[in-house]
Ligand binder design. Structure first.
Ligand code: NAP
Length: 322
């Protein structure tokens, strides 16, 4: 949770004139023209627009930095717990962020997210991805989805994913039925561990979803072998979870200086380098780091501007994190 000092720090950054530019679609291959390197790396401001990538099924452009809600948004009705999350959401929306991933089984996350989006009047700007999670059969799945809509305070979502390959045949059939009805625009499959990737690959071939979501980081690179090539072959968008290995990678590097080449790609934190690493895979559509702190949200958003990593820089980051 953000404490008072962190809240003031973010408010001060905003008051000092940090530009949180609206989303403007741009080529993923080139650095955004306005994302110039800062004079001082420590004070590097957010200068958008965020890079975007196209969903293969439709060509729709998605800003490359999304956000997760597992853990971070599971705060229930506690006003003290929700206050910093308003800042997290505002920072995201003001920077042009769009895709937010949640699930009905992340305890209160859908309720909190639904309330905060409604309060911020931000629904039209957002791409909400939720899941059919831990359910069996059509009726159970449908009841859960209708409850997700109620909790999220919306009448449709952008993406409905089958969570962790549970009851996939029945749940993806339901998701497709809901897509036909305009209740979701896309259907997807998710997993979160390397040992789930072989089954995910089989089910990508079998069910041909619009999206897959999988774990990927500089120390968990299994998706490079199976999921990314298959997504390219089948024209499936790719969402990346656990880029920070649940925060462990950043804790591990906290007291270590950044490599000298970080400035060359406009990065001033390990978090930005890790997210840029993930985004350097051309098959990746969006990465969804989760945070409960607005200053971390701003940090993560900065990774979606400017240059990504070349092959040498990617190897150097893998070596640094090994
Ligand atoms: N099977 C599935 O479908 C599945 C499974 C796992 C995850 N997911 C999705 O993926 C999302 C992301 O995964 P995750 O939450 O497990 O892990 P993650 O994004 O790898 O790591 C989250 C952790 O990183 C910290 N963090 C975030 N930004 C930071 C920054 N700039 N500097 C320092 N620390 C930072 C957060 O702490 P602070 O709050 O202190 O910033 C939090 O502890 C989830 O929220 C969920 O939406 C889906």
């Amino acid at each position: 949770m953000a404490n008072r000092r962190e809240f003031i720090s973010t408010a001060t950054l905003t008051a000092a004139g940090i530009a949180l530019a609206p989303l403007v679609a741009c080529s993923q291959e080139k650095p955004a023209a306005s994302a110039a390197a800062p004079a001082s790396a420590a004070a590097k401001p957010f200068k958008g627009p965020l890079l975007t990538r196209a969903v293969p099924a439709t060509g729709e452009k998605i800003p490359v930095i999304g956000m997760g809600t597992s853990g971070s948004f599971e705060v229930g009705t506690d006003a003290g717990g929700r206050a910093p999350l308003r800042e997290v959401l505002d920072t995201f929306v003001n920077a042009g962020g769009s895709l937010i991933d949640t699930a009905p089984t992340y305890s209160t996350a859908e309720d909190v997210l639904g309330d905060l989006i409604a309060d911020a009047k931000a629904r039209q700007k957002l791409f909400i991805a939720t899941k059919l999670s831990g359910v069996s059969g059509r009726e159970e799945g449908l009841a859960q989805f209708n409850d997700s809509l109620r909790r999220l305070k919306t009448d449709k979502v952008e993406l409905l994913q089958v969570h962790n390959l549970r009851d996939t045949a029945a749940q993806i059939a339901l998701a497709r039925e809901l897509k036909q009805q305009g209740k979701t625009r896309y259907v997807g499959l998710t997993h979160y561990r390397e040992d789930g990737q072989a089954q995910l690959a089989d089910e990508m071939r079998q069910f041909k979803p619009d999206w897959v979501q999988i774990n990927y980081s500089p120390v968990s690179r299994g998706a490079e072998k199976t999921i990314f090539p298959l997504a390219k072959e089948l024209g499936i968008a790719v969402m990346i979870n656990r880029a920070f290995e649940d925060g462990r990678l950043i804790s591990q590097m906290r007291d270590k200086p950044l490599p000298p080449w970080a400035a060359e790609v406009g990065a001033d934190s390990w978090a930005q380098l890790i997210l840029k690493y993930v985004l350097s895979q051309p098959e990746v559509t969006v990465v969804i780091p989760a945070t409960s702190k607005a200053r971390h949200q701003l940090d993560n958003l900065k990774a979606g501007t400017g240059q990504l990593l070349d092959a040498k820089q990617r190897d150097a980051l893998v070596a640094a994190l090994a």
